[in-house]
Write a protein that binds this ligand. Structure first.
Ligand code: HEM
Length: 556
């Protein structure tokens, strides 16, 4: 070793700097050149269409991701290059229905780790982060029965928790938002706050029961000496605002582009958690939510109320099953909290913002007319089945999920079995493949109604049956089947029915009661920076630079 290093040092001292530089740069250049030639001409994916440089280096995608342009760029590439695009040397994006089926319904496809690993909690995987179908299947089975449409509907019909949360929402608007004018019928509302409080109260009450829910919209209805039950709504609100840390989540693209490097980063993250379990994670805003979930789960172990998701999981832990432990159950519950907060509230925010714009007044009017026509008494007491069946309300939500998909990005999977073909193309083991809702939802054949409704416009009427035209039911069924806002296959969204019930109930109550409009100028200072910080809002909102305030005026 000494001999070797002294030879290197001698060589280093004896060589002209220019030559030295050449000696270093030449092998690097040759290596890069060889890799470029390989990627362009000899790689098994080299025959696929690809934008300039994308098939040579992942840095092209990293560049677009860094500037929040990845999703838009991929959708554009698909428009130019067709349904199969090689978007990086080792990554292919697909949009056809056949491909989506072959990727997301194939149990041998694995989740792209370490990307999904960053959603682990308490050092444990959950259904969402599980890599293989074996790791995923039993976790999903443990919770799935608490999220079927029948279960969600019958719980709501019996308990009315979601409708109570909608009532809390209106109380929040009228008691806590900023009043406008003298008439006492108009309020300027921090839309992000109202919607995320609503979504969080709902998912936490579904997971832990109403008493142990987050109570962010209204003060807890009772005083309690139990430290698990929040003493006031304010502390919960602060927790919610802080949950979306800048942390690793905003850099997810690095996990796909540089898995080896991110594996090292991940190793140290896991080491920290292993050394300091639970408390080791209490380092950012998200950890305060973790603390919230963990405490409730521990508390619920005593109550044995198996109607809630947490109660059901406690039962599985108690039953001594090999797989379920406190940490695994905690990780699952925590994932549901996070998965149920932003997605549902962002969708609501996009929708409400869109229909509050002066150009889209007619959509809001049509929605209100339908609600006023159909719901005769108080909207809080309207039968759930009536709300769920309203065609225009459904159409507006479907169109929002299509145009402003809360998760519009690629859902990456890794090919693990040799001989895999997708859309007729043979894909080597180790390739990252995926699809993205943003591109799928632009499918002209499915969504344009033979050119009547351009796919890049927000037109709820595409979801309604036209009079005097045959096969309208079939046309709409096809659109619903192609709608990919909730993903698909065994790993598609488990909470989709809960989300749909929450959204329909809130929109029915709000648009029965109020008219909402944009507020171009406001002096209100928001107690959070979500409108600037979050990629979803920065990229997706129809009104970039939106101030986040919506005016609610009681309808006469
Ligand atoms: C509008 C609202 C929602 C949207 C757009 C949405 C979207 C999605 C999507 C696209 C996936 C698939 C991710 C992937 O394959 O990588 C997913 C998975 C998931 N979602 Fe949702 N979601 C919503 C609401 C909810 C709610 C309310 C919950 C409450 C529990 C929830 C829980 C989950 C879970 C646990 C998974 C992982 C499922 C698994 O891997 O087995 N989501 N969601």
């Amino acid at each position: 070793m000494d001999f070797f290093s002294s030879r290197i040092i001698q060589h280093f001292l004896a060589t002209e700097p220019a030559w030295l530089l050449l000696e270093i740069l030449l092998p690097i250049t040759l290596w890069l050149g060889a890799k470029t030639v390989y990627n362009l001409y000899f790689h098994p994916l080299s025959h696929l269409p690809s934008p300039p440089f994308a098939s040579v280096t992942s840095l092209v995608l990293v560049y677009y991701s860094h500037y929040d342009l990845r999703t838009e760029t991929l959708a554009k590439w698909h428009r130019i290059y067709g349904p199969i695009v090689r978007i990086a040397p080792n990554e292919v994006s697909f949009t056809s229905q056949k491909a989506v089926k072959e990727i997301y319904q194939d149990p041998e496809m694995e989740k792209c780790i370490p990307l999904y690993g960053i959603f682990q909690h308490f050092g444990a995987d959950n259904a969402f982060t599980s890599r293989t179908r074996h790791e995923h299947g039993w976790r999903r089975k443990g919770v799935a029965d608490r999220y079927t449409l029948t279960y969600v509907m019958s719980e709501e019909e019996k308990e009315g928790k979601i409708r109570r949360a909608a009532k809390d929402y209106c109380a929040f608007v009228e008691n806590e938002a900023v009043p406008v004018g003298e008439k006492k019928n108009s309020w300027d509302v921090d839309l992000y706050a109202a919607n995320i409080f609503y979504a969080t109260d709902n998912i936490t009450s579904h997971l832990f029961g109403e008493d142990l829910g987050s109570h962010a919209l209204r003060q807890p209805p009772f005083s309690s000496t139990n430290s698990v039950i929040p003493a006031d709504a304010d502390s919960m609100r602060k927790r919610i605002f802080a949950h979306y840390g800048a942390a690793l989540r905003s850099k997810v693209y690095l996990y796909v582009a540089f898995p080896a490097v991110m594996n090292v980063v991940d190793y140290f993250r896991k080491l920290r958690i292993a050394l300091f379990p639970v408390a080791g994670e209490l380092v950012d805003g998200l950890d305060r939510m973790r603390e919230f979930g963990w405490k409730r789960q521990q508390y619920l172990k005593e109550s044995k109320d198996t109607r809630t998701v947490a109660g059901k999981l406690s039962m599985l832990v108690d039953a001594g099953s090999r797989e379920w432990s406190d940490e695994v159950a905690g990780s699952e519950l925590m994932d549901h909290i996070l998965a149920g907060m932003d997605t549902t509230s962002d969708t609501l925010s996009f929708l409400m913002y869109h229909i509050s714009h002066p150009n889209h007044e007619s959509i809001q009017k049509e929605l209100r007319d339908e609600l006023r026509r159909s719901i005769t008494g108080s909207p809080y007491d309207a039968p759930l089945s009536l709300i769920m069946g309203l065609p225009y309300l459904s159409a507006v939500i479907f169109e929002t999920l299509r145009v402003y998909t809360a998760i519009p990005v690629t859902l990456p999977r890794v090919v693990t079995s040799p001989g895999k073909t997708i859309d007729g193309i043979s894909i080597p083991v180790g390739t990252v493949v995926g699809s993205l809702a943003k591109a799928i939802h632009q499918d002209d054949d499915i969504y344009s109604g033979d050119g009547q409704w351009p796919v890049d416009e927000f037109l709820p009427e595409r979801w309604l049956t036209r009079k005097g035209i045959n096969n309208e039911g079939e046309r709409i069924k096809k659109m619903e089947n192609r709608l990919w806002a909730f993903g698909s296959g065994a790993r598609g969204c488990v909470g989709r029915h809960l989300a749909m019930v929450e959204m329909k109930v809130l929109l029915a109550v709000v648009y029965w009661t109020y008219q909402t409009t944009l507020v171009p100028h406001t002096t209100i200072k928001l107690p959070h920076n979500q409108w600037n910080q979050r990629r979803t809002f920065r990229d997706t909102l129809p009104f970039k630079g939106a101030n986040g305030i919506l005016r609610f005026t009681r309808s006469v």
